[in-house]
Design a protein around this ligand. Structure first.
Ligand SMILES: [Zn+2]
Length: 400
């Protein structure tokens, strides 16, 4: 009897030692997020579960992971655990340009882990963009280089001036492919007067010659929408699609213009780009009613709209949610979809194993929330999306 007890005791001790040795061998995760509602539109992941991060990558996802396996354990009960948000149209060349906002503090409160600056700088300010914006920020930063539309020197013919920028703009974009995604150009009579179409043709020629995507901002005609769409190729991006101006995607009957439908059908990307003047509830509603959701939902955030009407990306997502899009549909257009356009970081915009650990913890708040569009139209929403925590490259971002 005594012998049996001794054996049991030794056996139990052995088992305990073996399991603790095993526990010591198993890696402890840098961050363990427990009990969250996992949502990854790219992989159609939609379940409650845990997610673990190790060495800047997603190391486990789905089931239950014991709390002691995490060095930093977060209880995400009641929160959506999603890929870090990707904002395809921002202005984040802060301090050096008047419009630029600083990415990291806003990233920390908004869940946006990837920022694409849409043309705050030309070819000659690209090195500064790399050194003073891309490198020091924790958030991932990319950009479209701006094709300067006009010279300050009145003795230089404007068209000739823009032509002269082609080579340097194209060569800069190619040489900085790791951070530059293409060329940005602003089309509209308010931006470059009677030369707008001529300039756009130069931008087209530049992008063809250097094999670069073109991001075209649309605002006021002329040129007409059909003339712009005709010059857009697969992989190009049209931004400000839900504006309320004369250069838009809707015809006078509220239907999507044929040239716009044809452009989308051949692979031209349609982006929101809210901005100070470019998002209108009525335009967005008509487009959505006509079966024309955006490919990406972006803010066009800058210093003049950060205190309204834009605020941040979750607010722009909330506006599309208010207009009837589902949470999953909205999320797809702020994660995997724009990540495809960035196309520089494998698996970015998803929550798959091995993907970079860019994660947002989002809450869906219930209540009564005022939403304002660019023309100051106000609606009241019953739900809003807010960010509770941003993790980028496996580290928490903290608001300053
Ligand atoms: Zn912009």
């Amino acid at each position: 009897m005594r012998e049996m007890q001794r054996r049991d005791f030794l056996g139990a001790l052995g088992a305990t030692l073996a399991s603790s040795a095993l526990a010591q061998q198993a890696p402890r995760y840098d961050i363990l997020i427990q009990n969250g509602e996992l949502r990854d539109p790219a992989s159609q992941l939609r379940r409650k579960g845990d997610l673990a991060i190790l060495d800047g990558r997603i190391a486990a996802i789905g089931g239950e992971i014991p709390a002691e396996r995490g060095i930093d354990t977060i209880d995400a009960r009641g929160l959506y655990v999603t890929p870090g948000l990707v904002d395809l149209h921002t202005h984040c060349y802060h301090a050096a340009t008047g419009l630029g906002v600083e990415a990291d503090p806003i990233a920390a409160r908004s869940g946006v882990t990837t920022w694409v600056d849409a043309g705050s700088f030309g070819w000659d300010a690209t090195e500064g963009f790399r050194r003073f914006i891309v490198r020091p920020q924790q958030a991932r930063i990319f950009g479209f280089v701006y094709l300067y539309p006009s010279s300050r020197d009145p003795s230089v013919n404007p068209v000739e001036y823009v032509r002269r920028q082609m080579r340097q703009t194209g060569e800069t974009a190619v040489a900085n492919r790791d951070i530059l995604l293409g060329v940005k150009f602003q089309v509209g009579s308010n931006m470059n007067g009677p030369y707008s179409l001529e300039f756009l043709k130069i931008a087209r020629e530049l992008c063809d010659r250097y094999h670069l995507p073109l991001m075209a901002h649309i605002s006021f005609a002329p040129p007409e929408t059909d003339q712009v769409m005709e010059l857009m190729r697969p992989g190009d991006i049209v931004t400000h699609i839900y504006n309320h101006h004369t250069l838009g995607i809707l015809d006078s009957a509220g239907k999507i213009k044929r040239s716009v439908l044809e452009a989308r059908a051949r692979g031209v990307w349609m982006d929101v780009g809210h901005g100070l003047g470019s998002f209108n509830f009525e335009s967005a509603r008509k487009a959505l009613d006509a079966g024309f959701p955006p490919d990406s939902i972006s803010t066009d955030i800058y210093n003049l709209n950060i205190h309204g009407p834009v605020y941040d990306l979750p607010t722009t997502l909330t506006k599309l949610l208010y207009l009837g899009m589902s949470f999953e549909d909205v999320l797809l257009r702020a994660t995997a979809n724009p990540a495809r356009v960035v196309n520089r970081v494998p698996l970015m915009g998803t929550l798959q194993m091995g993907a970079p650990a860019d994660v947002a913890l989002l809450a869906m708040e219930e209540g009564s929330f005022q939403l304002i569009d660019s023309q100051k139209n106000t609606v009241t929403a019953k739900q809003r999306i807010v960010s509770r925590l941003t993790i980028c490259r496996g580290k928490r971002l903290t608001a300053i």
